[in-house]
Design a protein around this ligand. Structure first.
Ligand SMILES: Nc1ncnc2c1ncn2[C@@H]1O[C@H](COP(=O)(O)OP(=O)(O)OP(=O)(O)O)[C@@H](O)[C@H]1O
Ligand SMILES: [Mg+2]
Length: 372
């Protein structure tokens, strides 16, 4: 199961008796799932034996034959984490395990919102930067925008920030990375918004490895309640991993047939790994540029079974002014339709209970979810 792709799993046969003898000589795992057919005194005796060899920190899930609420209460009273009968489904088990680890973590870790274009040049980076800015204002809280388009990123430029270092430098030293060092790679835009820029020039043939990215993501989620990722329009292993596991994924598309096909492909590819509880949002951008030949929001809704979450008009004057000023559109044209739509999108991706990561998806990939 994908959710546990970063976990080490060992399966032994032999029930409670075998667990006890195994744990007598081996380290206790974080989670122990034991299936037994023992009942009554035999069960209690075996559990006492287990308690002697099992570390108190580990979580024990028991699967037994009896469907009895009193027994259930007694077992939880003895310190078991959960008790199920053998008709538990794999999905229920996965959710139980995820719940055990995310309850504590989700309140501390930032919500990750990733932006990707259905095709190149559709305005995805513009949406990422504007949403990050508006989010910080709406929530009056910290947002870190990370420009992951290593070759052609524009985040620093769009906020008119001077950069020396970049995401590449931060990823180069995962062993040393802590919040103090990480802060050196972040450009402060104002009290709440910081930007981790991509390299300012084409320079090296950069790529992103999952392991240092995992370290960095865990850190930034501890540093800020919101992390916005500007992803490149690529389908590489790390991009698809990130897309699968972020709390919110926002796809920006231009209202034409190619964008529709690419959006549908993306939806189909990520629907399963993202699961039902993780929203994928759609932004239609530059709407009205070619009115007569454009597809409509309804066309997208028909193909994707979901209506666009924001419809941004083609507005070269306002976007152009903002770009030239090194500002966001809400700063230069607060009341235009694009600003309003971006405001709506920011509220949406913040989640319902949008303080400090509450309501965050129980995401699967460890670096986006747990403290490991
Ligand atoms: N609704 C809009 N109306 C007019 N111009 C827009 C609009 N949205 C974005 N732009 C402009 O389009 C240009 C490209 O936008 P942006 O860099 O955000 O696209 P992208 O999808 O990130 O491209 P890439 O694939 O290169 O990463 C920018 O100059 C931006 O100001
Ligand atoms: Mg971009």
């Amino acid at each position: 199961m994908r959710a546990f792709s970063h976990s080490k799993i060992a399966v032994n046969t032999g029930g409670l008796a075998e667990s006890i003898s195994y744990l007598a000589t081996n380290e206790t795992p974080q989670i122990l799932i034991v299936e037994t057919d023992a009942t009554g005194d035999d069960l209690y005796q075996a559990l006492e034996g287990l308690a002697e060899v099992c570390s108190p920190d580990s979580k024990v899930i028991l699967i037994g034959p009896e469907n009895d609420i009193d027994l259930y209460r007694q077992l939880l009273g003895m310190g078991l984490s959960e008790y199920f009968t053998s008709n538990i489904t794999a999905q229920q088990m996965a959710e139980t395990i995820e719940g055990m680890f995310t309850e504590a973590d989700a309140t501390q870790l930032g919500r990750v919102i990733a932006f990707v274009g259905a095709r190149g040049g559709v305005g995805s980076s513009t949406m990422a930067a504007n949403t990050a800015y508006v989010l910080s204002k709406q929530q009056d809280d910290n947002v870190i925008l990370i420009d992951m388009d290593l070759a052609f990123g524009t985040a620093a430029l769009s906020f008119n920030l001077q950069q020396k270092q970049s995401l590449v430098d931060a990823l180069a030293q995962p062993g040393r990375l802590d919040d103090v060092l990480m802060a050196r790679f972040m450009l402060k835009y104002d009290d709440h918004l910081s930007v981790v820029p991509s390299p300012a020039n084409l320079g090296g043939n950069y790529s992103i490895d999952l392991e240092p990215l995992e370290v960095l993501m865990k850190l930034v989620r501890q540093m800020s309640p919101y992390v916005v990722l500007d992803l490149p329009h690529q389908w590489t292993p790390w991009v698809s991993e990130v897309m699968a596991d972020v709390n919110e994924l926002v796809i920006t598309a231009y209202p034409d047939l190619i964008s529709l096909r690419e959006t549908k492909n993306l939806y189909d590819a990520i629907a399963h790994p993202r699961g039902d509880s993780a929203p994928t949002r759609l932004v239609l951008n530059r709407v009205g540029l070619a009115k007569k030949v454009e597809l409509t929001a309804k066309d997208f809704e028909g193909a994707l079974s979901a209506a666009p979450d924001a419809i941004i008009p083609f507005d070269p004057a306002n976007f152009g002014t903002a770009l030239n000023n090194g500002q966001m559109i809400i700063q230069t044209a607060k009341n235009c339709k694009a600003s309003q739509q971006i405001g709506r999108l920011a509220t949406l991706v913040a989640g319902k209970k949008n303080k400090k990561g509450k309501g965050a998806k129980k995401s699967a990939f460890s670096f986006l979810k747990s403290t490991g």
